[in-house]
Design a protein around this ligand. Structure first.
Ligand code: TRP
Length: 481
């Protein structure tokens, strides 16, 4: 059964995909990764990957959604049936659902920090504070499981409510209000950064390319970030693609999404580094860049509390427009597969992800170093969950590229793309060969981190593979009778 929901407007998919793509990845992760990796060279690799790998996979993922018009798991089942290919491709849907749970669980905790800082800014508590005070404030926030859980809960409830209202009344209407507001705020913050900060230093930091500055690790992180920032490889784009108007152009839309997403990251980077350099602070603070360095810059500037508050509202809005796209694929699956109502499905997804998020909450305090989890897996629960998503997202992207490139026929893919034969061939070459090779390269990064689990993981894969092969064999033999 397919529900055949379609967005109200031809352009809504673009709005929704931009909402999903623009998030903490652009405002929080991109600036600090760029800061840690020395600026321009990192951005060069990031941008190249977006164009050569990100856009082709974005097209592929949207195509699978629109061609099946179902939630990712049911959609893959449908495509497998209609193409008589291996059941193993269904793993695209399952990997995506797993990744959605995992990402939402920590995304919501981190977005929760922005609630705290919105509050702190708007109440003026940080005006004139010095580095030690602001640093201690951040440490105190992380040390408090109660506060972190409260913010995490508020954020996930807000996201759940929007998705629970349905794709038209909740997601579309929400995005139509939020997204324009976010762009306005971003421009205000940029203007403020130019007026009060050191724009020249920010621009030369971001746009001076010296490839020699970039380590292999930085290179791999840049490629990983380009997947993360486009929300690729985990079904979010596929789920939204299922509602995409048949008239909208896949390639033009994908270019627009990638362009806006990259532009937002650049503008956010320019604004943040203008303020950071203007206040004479250091760009390489890591994950604390937005929550320690930036509040410090705002603390010293005129109207800093107000603009800082508005900035953290931007962070929150961008995070919510992303988190709703993490809930949608799983909720849509539960509705299609188990006939749940939408509110029930959203509730189930959100409660499970919320509970998983408590592991992330605890990794910053009670469970920091000494927990059984830490001993068992050699890292905190948060780092472990992030590691898993760093495996699932590229893996999902790889499988999506391969399925769209090899399993779909020329005429079928062309029917969705409706472009010139030349551009079609370029796309097909990219998803068949270039994207898989690039993803394989990104995996290099995870190998040293997963060495310890390699043998059990391969063992598990062999067992699952044998089981799947056995089932296929039985199914084929019973058909012949
Ligand atoms: N793209 C989002 C960001 O930049 C993060 C993200 C990754 C995401 N995968 C996703 C969001 C899937 C929604 C759905 O913040």
């Amino acid at each position: 059964m397919s529900t055949h929901n379609v967005w109200t407007h031809k352009g809504t998919f673009l709005l929704a995909a931009v909402g999903s793509a623009v998030g903490l990845g652009n405002l929080w992760r991109f600036p600090y990764l760029t800061g840690e990796n020395g600026g321009g060279a990192f951005i060069l690799i990031y941008a190249l990957t977006i164009f050569a790998v990100g856009i082709p996979i974005l097209i592929a993922e949207t195509m699978l959604g629109r061609a099946s018009r179902r939630s990712p798991i049911m959609g893959m089942r449908f495509l497998i049936r209609t193409h008589k290919t291996s059941r193993a491709w269904e793993s695209i849907g399952w990997l995506g659902a797993a990744a959605a749970f995992l990402i939402l669980s920590f995304y919501s905790v981190i977005a929760g920090w922005a609630i705290h800082y919105t509050w702190q800014m708007l109440t003026g508590s940080l005006v004139g504070a010095d580095a030690a005070t602001i640093g201690a404030g951040f440490d105190a926030l992380l040390a408090s499981p109660g506060l972190l859980t409260l913010y995490h809960t508020l954020f996930i409830i807000a996201s759940g409510l929007i998705v629970g209202l349905g794709i038209h009344r909740g997601i579309e209407s929400g995005l139509r209000i939020m997204m324009p507001a976010l762009f306005v705020i971003l421009l205000v913050v940029l203007g403020y950064g130019i007026a009060n900060g050191d724009f020249g230093a920010a621009a030369s930091f971001l746009f001076t390319f010296n490839l020699a500055d970039l380590s292999l690790e930085g290179w791999l992180q840049a490629m990983g970030q380009s997947f993360f920032t486009l929300s690729l490889g985990m079904g979010a784009i596929m789920a939204y693609g299922a509602y995409m108007s048949s008239e909208a152009s896949l390639s033009r839309t994908a270019f627009a999404v990638a362009f806006v997403d990259t532009a937002v990251a650049m503008v956010a980077g320019l604004a943040i580094f203008s303020l950071v350099f203007g206040a004479g602070l250091d760009a390489g603070a890591g994950p604390g860049l937005m929550f320690v360095t930036l509040p410090l810059a705002f603390a010293e500037m005129p109207f800093g509390a107000l603009i800082g508050g508005v900035f953290f509202i931007l962070v929150l809005g961008a995070a919510i427009s992303s988190s709703i796209s993490l809930i949608e694929p799983v909720a849509a699956f539960l509705v299609e597969r188990f006939d749940l109502t939408r509110p029930q499905a959203v509730f189930a997804m959100v409660v499970a992800s919320w509970a998983l998020g408590l592991l992330t909450v605890m990794s910053f305090n009670m469970w920091a170093e000494t927990s059984p989890f830490h001993t068992l897996f050699g890292r905190s629960a948060f780092d472990f969950i992030e590691l898993l998503t760093n495996i699932f997202m590229p893996l999902g992207g790889l499988l999506i590229a391969l399925f769209a490139g090899w399993a779909l026929t020329h005429s079928e893919a062309m029917k969705e793309m409706r472009t010139s034969e030349t551009w079609f061939q370029v796309w097909r070459f990219l998803v068949r060969f270039v994207a898989p090779a690039a993803v394989a390269f990104v995996f290099l990064r995870t190998i040293p981190q997963v060495e310890g689990y390699l043998i059990p993981a391969v063992g598990a894969l062999v067992i699952v593979g044998a089981f799947a092969a056995g089932r296929t064999f039985l199914a084929e033999n019973s058909q012949q009778q």
